[in-house]
Design a protein around this ligand. Sequence first.
Ligand SMILES: *Cc1c(COP(=O)(O)O)cnc(C)c1O
Length: 339
Amino acid sequence: MEINLISDTVTKPTKGMLDAMFKAEVGDDVFKADPTVNALQAKAAALFGKEAALFFPSGTMANQAAIKLHTQPGDKMYCDKWGHVYNFEGGGAAFNSGVTSHLIDGERGMFTANQLEAAISGRSDIHVPYSRLVCIENTTNKGGGACWDFEELKKIQELSKTNDLAYHLDGARLFNALVAKNETPLQYGALFDTISICLSKGLGAPIGSILLGSYEDMEKALRIRKLFGGAMRQAGYLAAAGIYALDHHIDRLEEDHQRAIQIGIALEACSFVKKVEPIETNIVIFYTQDGVDEVDFVTKMKAKNIHFISMGDGKLRMVTHLDFTDAMLQKLQKELKEF
Ligand SMILES: *Cc1c(COP(=O)(O)O)cnc(C)c1O
């Protein structure tokens, strides 16, 4: 039995999802003529109470399109120092949009409205990059699946409005946060100008992300997606997986969260584990004791067909997902105990 906890992106489509994909009605989406893509976009927009939605091949492209549509070259965006948009999108904000990233020194990938307020430099001094955009990430990836406090997100929205800044949410794992905190998509739709969500993470689709926003912003995003090379043809086969995921794979995220907590408990009991970070959703981050080589630990577990990653500096990560079962959890618990 292979146990793959490298990421929640390793899942394969379920039988029900594959059936839905096979049965999809398709057309050429570049001519807006794919009924299944149109249905997915309409469904997502309604779910979040947004005017429009656009299907993207990846979360990176959806975020990059959002950054592009909100900014001009020479502008500045604010994000946490651990933000995916800054750390893991290949420098795309600079490359695609000519945008400078102002990094805020948050906690587990989350900053406060006060920290943002202290950082905002406005658009009056010609020497300074113009402030244009605030990017939030929920849950935080590098922050170990941490969830933002909704009241803080509201304060940041007010601050963004006062300062005429666009407000974007990288919601690659937003559904994990919604399930963990008992919040709704509508709450988030009302707060942010644009939101990206991933269908290929916890929701278990093989590919795809969605960008949500106003009609006007999504018309801009359509043009940007074209120039980024992300306009697709009979993408309805993929969109069908997305519709299936939204219908069947949201509530079950709670199971992933429960299994992550169980992993955390098993790790806490290991003498070679120094610390387990708080577990709020499906990401478990932990550290080995000083003197215990974490790469060696990863290699030895790999030999037992248990896979997860080292993030450097003694930091290790396991991510639970749709294809991680109770039987796998039991095997992992046993192997950790015996290690
Ligand atoms: C995975 C992820 C993305 C997008 O990734 P893609 O692999 O391009 O789909 C964006 N933001 C966060 C926080 C992520 O974890």
